[in-house]
Write a protein of this length. Structure first.
Length: 293
């Protein structure tokens, strides 16, 4: 039997770049009721003045639209619920949620998932959804809520908190992919798992219809999507910090590109050993080709 009401309820833990973008677009589409857990000045601004999302022009310095506002969304107070914590939400009588999307930092995932557990509706379909870079987020969430209560996800979006109540993002369309990551015993699923919990994937897809068309269930499986992004994010950021250079230079200079590729091959080899990445060289060259664009 379904646990979902006529209107799915989604809680966004953390309303920064990723959480603010996801929550704003879902609330705009009115495909689901949105609850934010947001603290500090940002949370206060959202309660008092609402949430704004601004889409800016391209990153290329030669792009005439660079820095210009191409789209602006303003959600008034009342378009969503916002609380400083799960405890406050419960104390104020917030209704249970069907999903909790974790938009927090990786090191906060376990605690956020544990807090979200108290808000989840009863039944085997409700769950938390991870969005973090790296590989560890699903396992951290599983430690808090159990394997059957976790969907793994990846967000590909350049978004950030510009000021309290305002999230800005780059012009490039963001995507949100997700899927099952564990079976009931906690074993990682391979590819697109045949799960008895397919209803919740359809419900998340329906709630996210206000996002880009590329968003939805990860075609090759959630772990494949997580490792694909990990090949990039686990290497570009650290190597860029060492070189003090943007990714365009890391890719454009033969020597730095060669080291970057070797770093990516190490990550891809780990993913291959885990059963979620094919031939490392093929996977890395595909990631580099996308970055070159």
């Amino acid at each position: 039997p379904t646990i979902f009401s006529a209107m799915t309820r989604i809680c966004i833990f953390g309303a920064g770049g990723v959480g603010g973008w996801l929550g704003a677009r879902i609330a705009q589409s009115k495909a689901a009721e949105v609850v934010f857990i947001a603290r500090g000045e940002h949370g206060a601004a959202m309660r008092d003045r609402g949430l704004r999302l601004r889409v800016l022009g391209g990153n290329d310095t030669a792009d005439a639209t660079k820095g210009r506002s191409l789209d602006f969304l303003e959600l008034r107070p009342g378009a969503f619920e916002v609380y400083t914590s799960a405890e406050e939400a419960l104390a104020e009588g917030a209704k249970p949620v069907d999903f909790a999307i974790l938009g927090v930092k990786t090191w906060q995932v376990r605690d956020a998932a544990l807090a979200a557990k108290s808000l989840l509706a009863p039944g085997h379909e409700s769950c938390v959804v991870t969005t973090q870079n790296g590989i560890e987020a699903p396992s951290s969430a599983m430690e808090a809520v159990g394997p059957s209560k976790v969907l793994g996800g990846t967000c590909k979006v350049n978004a950030y908190l510009a000021e309290p109540g305002l999230v800005e993002m780059a012009q490039e369309a963001g995507t949100f992919e997700f899927g099952e990551v564990y079976d009931d015993s906690g074993v990682e699923v391979m590819g697109q798992a045949k799960s008895s919990r397919t209803q919740r994937l359809a419900a998340v897809c329906s709630a996210c219809k206000g996002l880009t068309k590329a968003s939805g269930v990860a075609i090759s499986g959630a772990w494949a999507s997580i490792w694909e992004k990990g090949i990039s994010m686990c290497c570009v950021g650290p190597w860029g910090a060492v070189c003090r250079a943007p990714h365009s230079q890391l890719l454009g200079i033969p020597e730095t590109r060669r080291v970057l590729r070797q770093l990516m091959l190490e990550v891809a080899a780990c993913g291959n050993k885990a059963g979620h990445v094919g031939t490392p060289e093929v996977a890395v060259d595909a990631v580099l080709a996308r970055l070159d664009k």
